[in-house]
Write a protein that binds this ligand. Structure first.
Ligand code: BGC
Length: 490
């Protein structure tokens, strides 16, 4: 339907035709299964997500989705109304900007849009890491920093004549903001609660957009925010620009979340406002916390967290936590079963010493002598591990990744089944695309495979054959810029 794209940020997509290439990898892991270790055996048992149990989890997520759609605060999932009722169509024209404030970095983008014929003429972007102190500083400090970087970016841009600013207008920005926001319109909202290590003060009850607008003004920027969107919404919108079958946007990175296209008449809590057409719902699924396969390690990690008792689903799936769960298991194996010999490695006692990236790399090690496991243990935890210990470590990593991937799959199924109930897309054989991004999804093929296998296990091959997972890399900012265009006030 759309003209061929001049710029397509999709990395790759996968359907379910080549299901379970993972099997050989995993049986190799298991056939060499390290001899019994009570901590490991118990951990594996408690993390297991056999299909009937996963079905219960998908159903419980679906029940919380319904509760959240019925009334504000009705369930663990907030089911936030995003006010994104119109998705990019390809007709957008002009120069638009985006700010993408995620977990670790923020990105600034600009996009020159040429309408249906020319589509994306040029893009420019810059990634800037956020100093740790700003994540726990004041809102003035954080937004001042962002505005100053944006000012530098804008100052260095070469803007073609056709995109020069007209008198009396401002440049428009889409703000992709990866935290739960109580959205009050397309361009306003208040932070519900910071997470992913952010705890910025002075934001209570304050409009996020007003904070940014003030900082931009202070830096002499002639710009205004036209769309405030969650990163999942930016991902869905960006992916939709090139593919009209995109119905779901998912992030599995430092944090995790999903949004989807819903029918307004299937959302009881908006019946009084308007009830026709579609809108995007930001599920904030991170908050799901029921019947999850929680182990003592999850409980202890949660106890030590700033958002204790909350976001339990996210704490089993996303990049901020998987490494830490693994570290806690290894620490106990080391203390009780002498995993690494008589002494407990000092580094193993340091919270968050093992990154999710390392955990996944160890899980993916298929070599006979677990070379990668050995070198990561040495580099990161400063321990020398024999082959038996390395195999056990690999099993711990696999258990954590498998549980995370399958739980994420259950969430996706709950959303797809909601869409199916209202639209019958899958049963009528319509291709349905899930646009996904985030470091855990991007960098860890076995996580992806576990997730996709769970979707097939729950939906069955017939439905699953119409579903496509598309990796849409770094699209959230682009989607936010496109939504600024769609919601332009000029
Ligand atoms: C936030 C979501 C966000 C997700 C992915 C979660 O921690 O609550 O709003 O979409 O991370 O970045």
């Amino acid at each position: 339907m759309f003209a061929s794209p001049t710029f397509t940020p999709t990395l790759g997509s996968s359907t379910f035709s080549s299901r379970r290439p993972i099997a050989s990898v995993m049986s190799a892991l298991r056939s060499n299964s390290a001899s019994s270790c009570p901590v490991l055996t118990k951990f594996q048992k408690e993390c297991a997500t056999p299909t009937p149990f996963l079905r219960n989890i998908a159903d419980a997520i679906a029940a919380d989705m319904r509760a959240g759609l019925a009334v504000e605060g009705g369930g663990d999932l907030k089911m936030i109304l995003t006010y994104v009722d119109t998705l990019p169509s390809g007709k957008e024209e002009g120069l638009f900007y985006a700010l993408d404030l995620g977990g670790t970095n923020f990105r600034v983008h600009s996009m020159q849009l040429g309408g249906m014929e020319e589509r994306v003429i040029a893009t420019n972007s810059e990634e800037i890491s956020i100093p740790q102190e700003l994540k726990i500083g004041t809102s003035e400090e954080l937004f001042g920093f962002i505005a100053s970087k944006l000012a530098n970016f804008v100052a260095n841009e070469n803007i073609p004549g056709r995109f020069q600013l007209e008198q009396g207008t401002k440049r428009e920005i889409g703000f992709a903001f990866s935290f739960p926001v109580n959205q009050t319109s397309i361009d306003s909202g208040t932070v519900i609660k910071w997470n992913k290590g952010f705890a910025v003060s002075g934001m209570e009850g304050k409009n996020v957009v007003a904070c940014l607008n003030e900082a931009m003004e202070a830096h002499g920027l002639d710009m205004r925010v036209s769309a405030l969107v969650n990163d999942t919404v930016g991902t869905l919108a960006g992916a939709r620009y090139w593919d009209e079958d995109v119905m779901v946007g998912v992030i599995i990175g430092t944090g995790t979340n999903a949004c989807y296209v819903d029918q307004k008449d299937a959302i009881p809590k908006i019946q009084s406002i308007s009830s026709s057409g579609t809108t995007i719902i930001n599920t904030e699924w991170a908050g799901f916390s029921k019947i999850l396969p929680q182990t003592i390690f999850d409980q202890e990690m949660d106890e030590a967290s700033v958002d204790r008792g909350e976001h339990l689903y996210m704490k089993m799936i996303s990049g901020m936590y998987l490494g830490e769960i693994g570290r806690r298991v290894l620490l106990q194996m080391s203390e009780t079963s002498h995993l690494f010999g008589q002494s407990v490695p000092v580094k193993l006692s340091t919270p968050f010493a093992l990154r999710t990236m390392d955990l996944c790399r160890m899980q993916e090690d298929k070599t006979d002598d677990r070379e990668m496991v050995g070198s990561i243990l040495k580099e990161v935890l400063e321990v020398e591990a024999n082959l038996e210990a390395r195999k056990r470590v690999a099993e711990v990593c696999d258990t954590v990744v498998k549980r995370g991937g399958r739980l994420a799959g259950a969430g996706i199924v709950a959303i797809l089944e909601k869409i199916e109930k209202d639209t019958k897309r899958l049963s009528s054989g319509k291709r349905t695309v899930v646009a996904i991004d985030g470091g855990v999804y991007e960098n860890h093929p076995l996580f992806r495979q576990y997730m996709q296998d769970a979707v097939v296990d729950l939906l069955g091959d017939k439905f699953a054959s119409h579903i496509e997972f598309k990796h849409t890399k770094d699209v959230s900012g682009i989607g936010a810029a496109l939504l600024a265009a769609t919601n332009s006030i000029y």
